[in-house]
Design a protein around this ligand. Structure first.
Ligand SMILES: Cc1cc2nc3c(=O)[nH]c(=O)nc-3n(C[C@H](O)[C@H](O)[C@H](O)COP(=O)(O)OP(=O)(O)OC[C@H]3O[C@@H](n4cnc5c(N)ncnc54)[C@H](O)[C@@H]3O)c2cc1C
Length: 409
């Protein structure tokens, strides 16, 4: 390694790339056990603390956060949800999923989860290097991993920091560098493009109903998900090639009014749109999720469409299992759990992908190209599924178990 005055070297037990939910949970769990870690994060603290994404937290993940004492904000401000509503042809199909399985979803925006975890980790002496993008990972072959980050000092000089560690945790999301540091001959990447886009919208308005709403419409899917008392997330299905500039605010509200229309009085409240972006519905899973002493967690290892609201939940569950493997290693010099990390996580990840795929087919008539040809047929199938969800305890229970996150392999 070339060392000069512009390069610093430090050492830690576990270097974590990325301060999203996966990286922060992992760091906090290691910290509780006295295992030293450093998180390097590409973005500034204010950027990661205001990045609005997920909102739904599964039952088991809520319990996990409470068990570890990571849930102060969630306990104060999270809103439990037990009923969702599907809509088709102006008709409502209410699904009281909470009653079916005795569990609930919590709505608590991801940026608040991230804020809470950062505050907790730092208050307990944890180190997060913000605005330190990881630019290179080396030494994996020799089991002496080093992650190099670039950063600027107070005089705006460009500097490098090498972090040597026993283990690297790649928690740097889909666009990070960890995954691409693994030789492609060692991994299989399994992907699916659905050919569907969602315009994801955040509006500064109260939701017109407390429930999560999934509307099936011939112009495409629309969703309404409360986030806080004053902020609502909406989704509109659109071609994945659309740009957010194709969707001026007037067009968004008129499409939402049309697609979310329903029997009874449930008019949408219009107001300022504070964010809009087009998401491409795609899924990918990398197998295995590890190579030598580099272990991936969260979106770095798998992407799931936001349809079932599972990505952050999977990221936290990965971090939990990964921390257990690392703790076992540092307590007993026993690597057996770490070696099994991918084998433990992948069945759960695939089960969740299967649920998300089922939801995609339920709420989009464009999910299969063949279905465009057979639209009338597939619309009737969707209606039959919704009726069965309402009428059959067994069918509804199966849905509820997956949706709330009570199913574990
Ligand atoms: C609109 C939308 C709605 C969603 N809704 C839900 C939902 O309701 N429920 C749910 O469970 N999930 C949902 N998700 C998915 C969820 O947001 C992600 O799955 C979750 O953020 C994954 O967490 P992570 O920690 O793996 O990755 P991220 O949150 O992406 O964190 C990765 C971190 O790594 C950093 N990073 C990247 N590259 C580098 C580098 N080179 N060096 C250092 N740092 C780097 C990034 O800046 C980032 O902070 C949604 C996503 C979107 C976009």
């Amino acid at each position: 390694m070339h060392v000069n005055e512009n390069v610093k070297c430090i050492r830690t037990q576990v270097a974590i790339v990325g301060a999203g939910p996966a990286g922060l949970i992992l760091a906090l769990l290691l910290q509780k056990e006295g295992i030293d870690s450093i998180i390097v994060e590409r973005q500034s603290r204010s950027h990661v603390e205001t990045r609005a994404r997920a909102g739904l937290i599964e039952h088991h993940i809520v319990e996990f956060l409470q068990h570890h004492g990571f849930s102060e904000g969630l306990d104060l401000n999270g809103i439990p949800h037990t009923t969702c509503e599907f809509r088709q042809n102006g008709r409502r199909y209410k699904i009281p999923y909470g009653d079916r399985v005795g569990g609930s979803h919590y709505v608590y925006p991801q940026q608040f989860v991230v804020q809470d975890l950062i505050r907790l980790f730092i208050s307990r002496g944890g180190k997060i290097l913000f605005s330190h993008p990881a630019v290179k990972i080396e030494g994996l072959e020799d089991n002496l991993p080093v992650v190099t980050c670039s950063y600027q000092d107070d005089d705006s000089r460009n500097l490098l920091l090498h972090i040597q560690a026993d283990y690297l945790a790649g928690c740097d999301g889909f666009h990070g560098i960890s995954r691409s540091s693994i030789p492609i001959t060692h991994v299989k990447t399994i992907t699916k493009q659905y050919g569907i886009g969602w315009l994801a919208i955040l509006a500064e308005v109260p939701s017109s109903t407390e429930k999560l709403v999934y509307a099936l419409h011939k112009s495409g899917f629309a969703g309404q998900m409360p986030r806080t008392s004053q902020i609502t997330r909406f989704y509109l299905e659109c071609p994945p090639s659309d740009l957010s500039s194709d969707w001026p605010d007037d067009r968004i509200w008129s499409e939402l009014d049309k697609r979310l229309a329903v029997e009874g009085d449930n008019k949408l409240i219009h107001g300022p749109i504070i964010e809009k972006r087009v998401l491409n519905m795609r899924s990918f899973v990398m197998e295995p999720m590890q190579y030598k002493n580099l272990l991936l967690a969260g979106d770095a290892a798998h992407i799931i469409t936001p349809v079932g609201a599972k990505g952050m939940n999977l990221a936290i569950a990965d971090a939990d299992v990964l921390s257990q493997g690392l703790i076992q290693y540092y307590r007993n010099q026993d690597k057996s759990l770490l070696k099994e990390y991918s084998n433990i996580r992948l069945p759960h990840i695939w089960k969740t992908q299967e649920f998300s795929d089922w939801m995609i087919r339920l709420i989009h008539h464009t999910a299969d190209t063949d279905e465009n040809k057979y639209q009338a047929f597939s619309n009737r199938l969707r209606q039959a599924r919704l009726e069965r969800l309402q009428q059959s305890d067994t069918y509804a229970k199966l849905f509820a178990e997956d949706y709330v996150g009570l199913w574990k392999p």
